[in-house]
Write a protein that binds this ligand. Structure first.
Ligand code: AFP
Length: 330
């Protein structure tokens, strides 16, 4: 990871996006989301922690902060002028914004992932998937961009538009300035974040986690997807898993606005993200709130998980690397 020079270090988000040739509407969208984060920070620091009284479609009590963060982002996206459709974890349907979708983007977001951690003062985040055009129900590989904002001891923003992963930090003027560029993961890590309750692990997952422990890999798990993924990304190593469980066969995390954006960022950093059988980014969502198991982080650690699940739980054998037959030109 190259340490940016002094001038690069002072580059703010909009200037960086311009200088890297990102399309104008996408620049505007990413910057609008960055702006919204300032109001979300304010609501976290000062907001009521009480329950909003409403509940989302999972029957979970919506914390006032969840609802507030959702409203802040929806309003920003609504008025941005560059959004066709949007979808939030807190909503039960896709929200149309503009029928004229040409040159616009559709956004799926988790406004405040891990919100239940705020009242114990742990880090939380906003996760955003950005697709070109009007259609959100497509594999994550088709994203135009993915980003997250981490509200921790420092507020940081990580994004990719498909040309590497970049981290920005919020300075005392509440501007995001460049901290790291082209963040990359090692092939194998020495930390793991095992989600779910251990006695609900299936045989394949149990043997995988035991193999990590035998290897002396350190356990690091905060209960927040954003800080836990951020740790893997910025330490340049590690694996996060929230697997299929005996009591949760599809795992816990949502494909559209949690797994797809994070898988996009981790793959851009040279890592991998799988549901245990295939890349997360190749999954076609059938339902807006579809969940999927996830193994995400260093590529070798993810491939080992897939191998152990095949051994212990069956499933499609690994396809031999297709040898490309080059047609001889006539
Ligand atoms: P909440 O948004 O309901 O707090 O859940 C957070 C989360 O979806 C994700 O951020 C964590 O990785 C995962 O749940 C933690 O789940 P467990 O509490 O079951 O470990």
């Amino acid at each position: 990871m190259s340490e940016p020079g002094k001038t690069k270090f002072q580059v703010d988000l909009r200037r960086h996006l311009r200088e890297t040739g990102v399309e104008e509407n996408l620049i505007h969208l990413i910057c609008e989301i960055a702006e919204a984060s300032k109001y979300i920070i304010h609501s976290i620091r000062t907001g009521e922690l009480g329950v909003a009284g409403t509940s989302n479609l999972y029957g979970e009590q919506q914390l006032a902060l969840d609802v507030l963060a959702d409203r802040i982002l929806r309003k920003r996206l609504d008025h941005s002028g560059v959004v066709a459709n949007m979808m939030s974890e807190e909503m039960d349907q896709i929200i149309p914004v503009s029928p004229d979708w040409e040159g616009k983007y559709s956004v799926a977001f988790d406004p405040l992932d891990g919100s239940s951690l705020v009242d114990v003062n742990l880090a939380v985040g906003t996760i955003v998937a950005i697709f070109p055009g009007y259609n959100l129900m497509r594999p994550g590989r088709e994203q135009a961009a993915a980003m997250y904002i981490l509200y921790g001891p420092r507020t940081t923003l990580v994004y990719s538009v498909g040309d590497g992963v970049f981290e920005f930090g919020m300075n005392n003027l509440m501007e995001y300035t460049l901290l790291r560029e082209h963040i990359t993961l090692k092939p194998k890590g020495s930390l793991y974040s095992p989600g779910g309750v251990r006695n609900q692990y299936t045989p394949g997952v149990e043997s995988y986690v035991s193999s990590l422990e035998k290897r002396g890999v350190k356990l690091r798990y905060s209960g927040g997807f954003v800080p836990d993924i951020n740790q893997v990304l910025l330490k340049g190593e590690g694996i996060f898993l929230y697997p299929h469980l005996k009591n949760l066969p599809r795992g816990k995390l949502r494909l559209l606005f949690e797994l797809s954006p994070m898988a996009y960022l981790i793959e851009q950093a040279g890592g991998a993200a799988s549901d245990g059988k295939q890349p997360i980014l190749d999954l076609m969502p059938n339902d807006i709130h579809e969940r999927a198991p996830v193994f995400i982080g260093c590529k070798e650690d993810v491939l080992l998980a897939e191998k152990m699940l095949r051994t212990h739980e069956g499933g499609p054998a690994a396809q031999p690397e297709k040898t490309r037959t080059v047609k001889k030109s006539a």
